[in-house]
Write a protein that binds this ligand. Structure first.
Ligand code: MEV
Length: 438
């Protein structure tokens, strides 16, 4: 079967669906009606979603849940989370409640610097290039004033534009390494527009720079693009309490718990295989809020993992320590987030999520997201070092299995009662339901 097509993007939505259904599906009608069943009946709303991306054929649902009781710097939030994995929202809620009665989360934005680079080739005398870039600093700013004016009104703009010599890595390779402040926007468009303008200034000024010879005038720009690595756009979240205050149902011996908990974080700091899973747990919380608030989770993921490996070895993002009879548990992560621009004013549920959070500034959102990451990490480590992760996980999984089997209320009750006394596994749950139905 020839499955290639040219001009797919030019087809109407219905034509696209018909082509997909008839080319790839044994039952084309069923495939088409499945896609249609996920359309929104409100045509305007559907059109809005169709226009977010290209070649849209339907919507792909993810559930949005709420983790209430997040006390962050004394203020209580109900945090929206969009995620497909069961247990995550329950874990965040449980951890938030646990810490709400122990002082809550203390968070702080350490810096909000964004970065972008113009990558270019220059052949000639490096000292002349250094002088040139220093002499045209004002030109970079003047020529991009039409882009920066609005951002400056909002408290943002260009911070620095610095020449970096990268010729040790690649012959003739230099960068303009620029730093920015982007206020409440994530800033990707602003930064990329500024960088492309810097590139034009760089080339234009070099062409007429008297100090340069012909070869030196011929600066070749390779690309201009923001960096998603933002090691100076950092937020810190911390929880702490007296060790005896950690006591609760699954923590009968708080000191032993605190010591084991700290050891678990040390293992994740020292050991990459564990660090990746440890950080994955943190990202369960971070990504879910990032998605709910319409931010770019790929950018966040890329930045966070690069940061986790900043000393050359991939390590945990969170640390814990016992000092003066207290357990301290904290996290530092780079989070380039926005609460204006992008999807924030377009996607109705993103607008809802932001209003639910009290229309936060980007800095406030950074703190909420970091707290969600720390809460998630706390919940995972608490389970891992006490009951084990499967107990809670399988309870949630049981629900998925019941849904898969379209279980009736009566069946659900019987299944729940049975698995209160018996260990839950996928096979055990399936065979118990099938037994019930015989
Ligand atoms: C599962 O999604 C996340 C955990 O594996 C995280 C961890 O091990 O710390 C539970």
């Amino acid at each position: 079967m020839n499955q290639a097509i040219s001009g797919f993007s030019k087809l109407s939505k219905i034509e696209k669906i018909k082509w997909i259904a008839s080319t790839y599906f044994a039952n084309a009608d069923a495939a088409e009606s499945l896609l249609r069943s996920y359309w929104n009946s409100d045509e305007k709303l559907q059109q809005l979603h169709d226009d977010f991306i290209e070649n849209t054929i339907t919507n792909f649902y993810l559930p949005m849940g709420i983790a209430p009781n997040f006390v962050i710097n004394g203020r209580t939030y109900s945090v929206p989370m969009v995620i497909e994995e069961s247990s995550v929202v329950a874990a965040a809620s449980k951890a938030a409640k646990f810490w709400a009665s122990r002082g809550g989360f203390a968070t702080e934005v350490i810096d909000t610097e964004k970065i972008g680079q113009v990558h270019f080739l220059f052949e000639g005398d490096t000292t002349k290039l250094i002088r040139f870039v220093s002499d045209i600093q004002q030109k970079f700013r003047e020529n991009s004033a039409f882009l920066t004016q609005n951002m400056e009104k909002r408290g943002g703009g260009i911070r620095t534009i610095e020449l970096r010599d990268k010729t040790a890595e690649i012959p003739h390779y230099f960068q303009l390494h620029a730093t920015f402040e982007t206020a409440d926007s994530m800033g990707a468009n602003f930064i990329n527009s500024c960088l492309e303008q810097f590139a034009k200034t760089l080339i234009g000024e070099a062409e007429t720079w008297l100090d340069f010879n012909e070869k030196e005038r011929d600066i070749k720009v390779v690309m201009s693009i923001l960096s998603n690595y933002v090691p100076d756009c950092i937020v810190r979240a911390e929880v702490s309490c007296l060790i005896e205050d950690l006591a609760e149902k699954n923590i009968p011996d708080p000191r032993a718990f605190a010591e084991k908990f700290v050891l678990a974080t040390e293992i994740a700091h020292a050991e990459t295989f564990r660090a990746v899973t440890h950080n994955k747990g943190i990202m369960n919380g971070i990504d879910a809020v990032v998605l709910a608030t319409g931010n770019d989770f790929r950018a966040i993921e890329a930045a966070v993992h690069a940061y986790a490996a900043r000393d050359g070895k991939y390590r945990s993002l969170s640390r814990a320590a016992i000092r003066d009879g207290k357990l301290y548990f904290w996290l530092e992560v780079p989070l380039a987030l926005g609460t204006v621009g992008g999807l924030t004013s377009l996607h109705p549920l993103v607008k809802f999520a932001l209003e639910l959070l009290g229309k936060p500034s980007a800095q406030e959102l950074m703190q909420i997201v970091a707290a969600a990451g720390l809460a998630q990490n706390f919940a995972a480590l608490r389970s891992l070092t006490t009951t084990g992760i499967q107990e809670g996980h399988m309870k949630m999984h049981l629900n998925n299995i019941l849904n898969q089997y379209n279980a009736t209320d009566e069946e659900r009750e019987k299944v729940r009662r049975h698995f209160k006394k018996h260990a839950i596994s996928h096979a055990a749950a399936v065979s118990y339901i099938e037994e019930l139905r015989k």
